[in-house]
Design a binder for this molecule. Sequence first.
Ligand SMILES: NC(=O)C1=CN([C@@H]2O[C@H](COP(=O)(O)OP(=O)(O)OC[C@H]3O[C@@H](n4cnc5c(N)ncnc54)[C@H](O)[C@@H]3O)[C@@H](O)[C@H]2O)C=CC1
Ligand SMILES: O=C(O)C(=O)[C@H](O)COP(=O)(O)O
Length: 380
Amino acid sequence: MHIVADENIPLLNEFFADIGTITRVPGRTMTAADLATADILLVRSVTRVDEALLAGTPVKFVGTATIGTDHIDLEYLQQAGIGFKSAPGCNAQAVVDYVLSALSVLVDERGLQFTDLSVGIVGVGNVGLLLRQRLEAMKVPVLAVDPLRSEEETGPQVSLDEVLQADVVSLHTPLTREGEHATYHLINAERLAQMKPDACLINSCRGAVVDNTALLAHMQKHRDFEAILDVWENEPELNVDLLQRCLLATPHIAGYSLDGKMRGTEFVYQGLCEFFGLPVRRKLAQFLPEPGVKRVNFSDQAPLHQALRTAIRAAYEIRVDDGVMRSAIRRSDNLRETFDRLRSNYPLRRDIPTLRVGVPAKCQELQNLLTSAGFDVRLK
Ligand SMILES: NC(=O)C1=CN([C@@H]2O[C@H](COP(=O)(O)OP(=O)(O)OC[C@H]3O[C@@H](n4cnc5c(N)ncnc54)[C@H](O)[C@@H]3O)[C@@H](O)[C@H]2O)C=CC1
Ligand SMILES: O=C(O)C(=O)[C@H](O)COP(=O)(O)O
């Protein structure tokens, strides 16, 4: 079989070499001509997969190694009888790590503890639910809403109006443009006006869930309002004025842990094997580096919440990604290229549960706190 794949999908050879011949192409600029002899198409989020790309090609199966599917015309695939697999939840842990690191910077900046802030979660699926579990275990008050899921699945819910009253509002919905609960511009000028004047909005789902023009206008008016953005309307374009106003800004890398990216490839491989009736011969564990290579140790003098912030930022330091992005954008004469280059050259990062943390045996409270945040806690 002939497999055409986005060149930024990791472990292509490891998972797919014995299934077919692999051709790697840039995902952003892929065209129907690239698929003239393709049986299988493997993409990430930057390729629009629709009739214009697929009609007249021999493609029988499409896999996207991502959680989001807003770049795929699912209705067309179904009508055309083309098999499909995405990677639900593959990088949920990485996005949660991103939000925890973002919150740790926010509390530092405001001279607070995690427990001083209430966090509103919009969308309680794989990411939102894991975030909720981590925060509640850390004793952070959470307000959550997800009109498409029951409270049995999500835990207690309140209305969106109530969620918008939280100190921090973190968005974890898909981007949808139709239906009663469409999320396109879910956060618009009216909803921003409902939020506290010194609230912080975190968007790590899809850029267009927030009206970026309204957000910039809101922040120009309310100087204490803060935003932490990983995703932008019209990526790979972005509004540089908005970036400059953000507390933290990153180039759509919240889900970019090594674990999350490689897991995405594995999920698509499994779906492809099922679709073609092939045996599943490869497992991610064969290729992932050992966990626990990175270690942090705390003494029995470590102040509780400071230790938590240190551990989170030892696993993932969002300020590095923010700094790299700001300086690259400042020097850039081509924003689109710069945005994509930051993403394809993204450095290695591991999920929080792979970080081994040493804690003195007598520090029960610190052990509990770090365990609740997902760390692999070892007693010293
Ligand atoms: N920045 C990044 O690198 C990444 C971004 N993402 C984005 O995050 C999104 C969420 O990821 P998951 O939690 O894994 O997806 P999921 O599909 O497991 O959960 C999304 C939840 O949002 C809910 N929802 C839908 N419309 C809503 C509305 N109007 N209001 C409130 N809730 C609503 C759904 O019912 C669902 O429970 C993905 O669709 C993707 O676009 C995902 C991974 C990485
Ligand atoms: O999984 C998702 O959904 C994401 O947003 C991905 O992390 C985005 O990564 P790319 O597919 O754009 O490399």
